[in-house]
Ligand binder design. Structure first.
Ligand SMILES: Nc1nc2c(ncn2[C@@H]2O[C@H](COP(=O)(O)OP(=O)(O)OP(=O)(O)O)[C@@H](O)[C@H]2O)c(=O)[nH]1
Length: 244
């Protein structure tokens, strides 16, 4: 492998020779990034896809990023919805949650309000997914399970401004029975990539989430709204303010 090649991570890059060894059909996995404004949602997605760190704050208009990864020999097409942290109406957030297969709920360790919002967002995700799977019981497959959610604490590099301890974050995630990571998107490229890796690893192997009946019915409902969100194709878009 060419060490000098500007790729995002050796664990995640899909090389041509690897592609030929993969036996299963690629699956599409939709990840929704939730969290209050300025917690680092856009910085995290862009860091994961391009390795670059955005040092400037530009409030997000919703964007869907597309990216391809190979995890444990399984090719995944990722569609990552970077939501706007600004207030939005309940219907909009519901549509986005219905669109997703799995979720990263972010807060900043320097912002207690963003931490306080985590529990509400996690309950919302579980509630909306439970309702949209039609209350079916006893069915097989991932549609009846709560969707994978990971709680992510960002900006741990800002120790002097810390308002939420790591123990508090771990305690909340434990109470919600969710996985938890504390990271610095600014300082930690590998730990940022590991968040996505771990989330993808929580998806049941047998579940082709892009074609299950409940996923399809959810998506019919939300497709009109989501089509309005700009899509960023693979490859690094150029923004001012990016640093390596
Ligand atoms: N120190 C530090 N700053 C960070 C880190 N991650 C993101 N930031 C900064 O936090 C600010 C907000 O980051 P964004 O990624 O725009 O936040 P967002 O959650 O997408 O915000 P909205 O678009 O309003 O929802 C930017 O100035 C980033 O550079 C980090 O790990 N450490």
């Amino acid at each position: 492998m060419d060490k000098d090649k500007p790729t995002m991570s050796t664990h995640f890059v899909l090389h041509r020779n690897l592609r030929s060894k993969v036996s299963v059909l690629p699956r599409t996995l939709r990840i929704v990034i939730l969290g209050q404004a300025a917690v680092g949602k856009t910085a995290m997605v862009v860091r994961f896809i391009t390795r670059r760190y955005i040092g400037e704050y530009d409030p997000t208009l919703e964007t869907i990023y597309k990216h391809e990864v190979c995890i444990a020999g399984d090719v995944l097409h990722l569609e990552i919805l970077d939501t706007a942290g600004q207030d939005e109406d309940a219907l909009q957030i519901e549509e986005k949650i219905k669109w997703g297969d799995c979720f990263l709920v972010l807060y900043s360790v320097t912002d207690r309000c963003s931490f306080n919002e985590v529990m509400r967002l996690c309950f919302l995700v579980n509630h909306i997914h439970a309702s949209s799977s039609g209350g079916r019981r006893g069915g097989a497959g991932a549609a009846d399970q709560p969707p994978p959610i990971m709680v992510v604490a960002n900006k741990k590099d800002l120790e002097c401004d810390r308002m939420v301890s790591q123990q508090e974050g771990e305690g909340l995630a434990r109470a919600l029975k969710l996985s938890f990571r504390e990271i610095s998107v600014r300082d930690g490229l590998d730990e940022t990539a590991a968040v996505f890796h771990a989330l993808c690893g929580q998806i049941p192997q047998q579940a082709d989430s892009s074609s299950s009946s409940s996923a399809l019915s959810r998506r019919r409902v939300v497709s009109k709204l989501i089509e309005k969100i700009p899509r960023i194709p693979s490859g690094p878009p150029q923004y001012p303010g990016w640093q390596l």
